[in-house]
Design a protein around this ligand. Sequence first.
Ligand code: CMP
Length: 142
Amino acid sequence: MSTIQRSLAIIKPDAVAKGVMGQIITRIEQAGLKILAVRLIHMAHDEAAGFYAVHRERAFFASLCTFMTQGPCLTMVLEGENAIQRWRDLMGATDFRKAAPKTIRADFASSIEANAVHGSDSPESAAIEIPYFFSALEIHPR
Ligand code: CMP
């Protein structure tokens, strides 16, 4: 059974500042995931807080919102067979010290917060996260 999925992907401000956007996009394309939409944005605090609202009770929430607003990040919509898990496999574990070798976080993250990339964790999350940043007209299936 075909399980074509979409995931939101974010290249976070730390990775944009390091100049590794291109390397991360290359990994996405080499893995066979399609990029259907892309936009470089610089979030305001309220926009970051809205995006990470599920984490609002966590101790790291305020710091996370500050981090996500420290510079621009690249938001994308990815599509492919089992895209959510495949993007998570490319990213590696949230804590870069636990991320498998050759994953994006193992190679580019510098802390559990500055962990280079974000991906939706389920189809339900993707269905909320993708429209947070992209309208239907900005997503280009092919
Ligand atoms: P992300 O996958 O975008 O989801 C929530 C983010 O919170 C996470 O990546 C990290 O950037 C950040 N974060 C900061 N501290 C923690 C922590 N202790 N546990 C999980 N996520 C954290």
